[in-house]
Every structure is written in structure tokens, then in C-alpha cells.
Ligand binder design. Structure first.
Ligand SMILES: [Zn+2]
Length: 54
């Protein structure tokens, strides 16, 4: 019963990024992250990574 819903998982994690500085989760589009249009609301940083790293 671990991960049987790949579609729901993809929807949950596809557009979620984590701030590299303060680990704040942000839901946005990957295009905006690449274009540096996303700003972290907590620390104001511009560096994010996708949530699915491990
Ligand atoms: Zn941050």
C-alpha cells in the first residue's frame, strides 16, 4: 500500500520545488523556476530544486 497512485503523485510533486537556502516548499511551474521568476517568500532566494531528489 505504499505508492499505488502514480498519477496523483505526479500531480502532487511535478510542480513543487524546494528552496535551497531555507527548504521552503513552493508550488510553481518548472519554466518559471528555470527563468528565475520565482522568489522564495521566506528568504527571498532564487535557487530552487525539484522535490523528487531521492
Ligand atoms: Zn528560501
Amino acid at each position: 500500500m505504499a505508492t499505488k497512485i502514480p498519477i496523483a503523485q505526479k500531480r502532487l510533486f511535478a510542480n513543487v520545488f524546494i528552496c535551497k537556502d531555507c527548504s521552503k516548499k513552493i508550488r510553481t511551474q518548472a519554466v518559471r523556476v528555470i527563468a528565475h521568476k520565482v522568489k522564495c517568500p521566506r528568504c527571498g532566494g532564487h535557487s530552487f530544486r525539484p522535490i523528487r531528489k531521492k
